[in-house]
Design a protein around this ligand. Structure first.
Ligand code: SOE
Length: 402
């Protein structure tokens, strides 16, 4: 078992790097019983951006090669683009280093299978960063479902809508590439929804046993950032050049930007059939104008229903027994999951708190030598569902998970 303070190595320093670093910084103040950590090494490719991030994040050192880091730390945070999830995480687990890996676990089922096997063979702890499981209102919903308040689970729904690719001129990034990302809205957003629905109902409705999917891409190619006068922005967590422009074409403002094909979906929808006969519908999109980060799930049972929307993260809509509609439950009491660590009742929480709760549970599992959920098994199951939805679209028929 590692000794404290746990030495942290982190691959990636942009969006998810900031979210997890913020969580690490908050823990000693709000979760004083969390294991002590030291931000040891930050990993990326672009040396100057990396040095700047390490300074801001409070990492002692930087490295441009993850190979030098994975066996030197106690915990490896893999926050890189999806195509960088498998090799570094497998190497870390083989070295006995615990891994928290961003979602989706891998770009393909074979990659997820490798990760699942590496986790099974390792004494280290492996977890997938499905952060929405750590929303207090979601935990509250799960408690109601587990207590039987909704009765027999009959129907689930989920949607995850964004609009940042609605504009055809929005820049190309690794998230638009099938090799690098696996899939588009399906994997990036649908992975969250499928995980959340499994988390809420799988103990009662069983696993999803069949899926029927439909994927669509609306914009066939996008401008490469930094070419033809376009802005040199990147969504690449590591500053790894292969995720954006390779050509070095930074020609002046008058030149046409280099266009690169979009090989993933902009939107997907799917139907789900659960082992107990429950039915489900899910959808996600990055082109739904008017929706920034609209993640909504609902569960309907024989006795009641719950509905959750990320845009109202502190609330759960609950319908039980003979009520004529839904009651809005404010999940902000001291007795609610995780809430007692923060502010007095009613002083609401936000998206970033989900990462604090997730990091608390994960690091506690590492320090105690216990397993963590969502595990790599969970990540693998979600990846199989994503692949099955894609296959169903290609074949034009339902696909069985058997
Ligand atoms: C971008 O689409 C993204 O950051 C996802 O990758 C995250 O998982 C989601 O929480 C917010 O949107």
């Amino acid at each position: 078992m590692p000794t404290e303070p746990l030495q942290i190595g982190m691959l990636g320093y942009r969006f998810m790097g900031e979210a997890h670093t913020n969580a690490l910084q908050r823990l000693p103040t709000f979760f004083p019983d969390a294991p002590e950590t030291e931000r040891a090494v930050l990993v990326g490719r672009d040396e100057s951006a990396l040095a700047d991030a390490a300074d801001r994040f409070g990492f002692a050192e930087t490295a441009t090669d993850w190979r030098e880091v994975v066996d030197e730390v106690d915990v490896f945070y893999n926050l890189g683009p999806n195509h960088l999830h498998v090799e570094p995480s497998v190497a870390a687990l083989e070295a006995g280093t615990s891994v928290l890996c961003e979602k989706p676990l891998a770009p393909s089922t074979s990659g997820a299978e490798q990760l699942r096997a590496a986790a099974a063979d390792s004494d280290a702890v492996a977890g997938v960063a499905f952060n929405y499981r750590f929303v207090p209102a979601i935990r509250y919903a799960k408690r109601l479902i587990d207590d039987g308040d909704l009765g027999e689970i009959r129907q689930v729904r989920g949607r995850y809508l964004q609009d940042w690719l609605a504009d055809a001129d929005a820049p190309w990034s690794w998230r638009n590439d099938a090799e690098l990302a696996g899939s588009g809205a399906l994997g990036d957003l649908g992975a969250h929804t499928l995980d959340l629905l499994r988390f809420l109902v799988a103990d009662h409705a069983g696993e999803i046993e069949r899926v029927s999917g439909h994927l669509q891409t609306f914009t066939a190619e996008r401008p490469v950032p930094g070419t033809g006068g376009t802005e040199e922005t990147t969504d690449d967590e590591t500053g790894d050049g292969d995720a954006v422009a390779e050509s070095g074409d930074t020609a002046g403002d008058d030149a046409e930007p280099e266009m690169r094909p979009v090989t993933v979906d902009d939107a997907y929808s799917a139907q789900l059939a659960f082992e107990n006969g429950a039915v489900g519908t899910v959808e996600a999109s990055r082109v739904t104008r008017g929706h920034k980060n609209d993640h909504t799930v609902a569960v309907h049972g024989s006795e009641g229903s719950v509905q959750f929307s990320l845009e109202r993260l502190n609330e759960l809509q609950v319908h039980t027994a003979d009520a004529r509609g839904y009651e809005t439950v404010l999940v902000t009491d001291e007795s609610d999951p995780y809430v007692d660590h923060w502010w007095p009742p009613g002083h609401v929480l936000g998206w970033e708190h989900t990462f604090v709760h997730e990091n608390y549970e994960f690091l506690t599992a590492v320090a105690d030598g216990e397993s963590f959920v969502p595990s790599f098994d969970d990540g693998y199951t979600v990846q199989r569902l994503l692949d099955a939805i894609q296959q169903s679209d290609e074949r034009g028929e339902w696909v069985s998970m058997a």
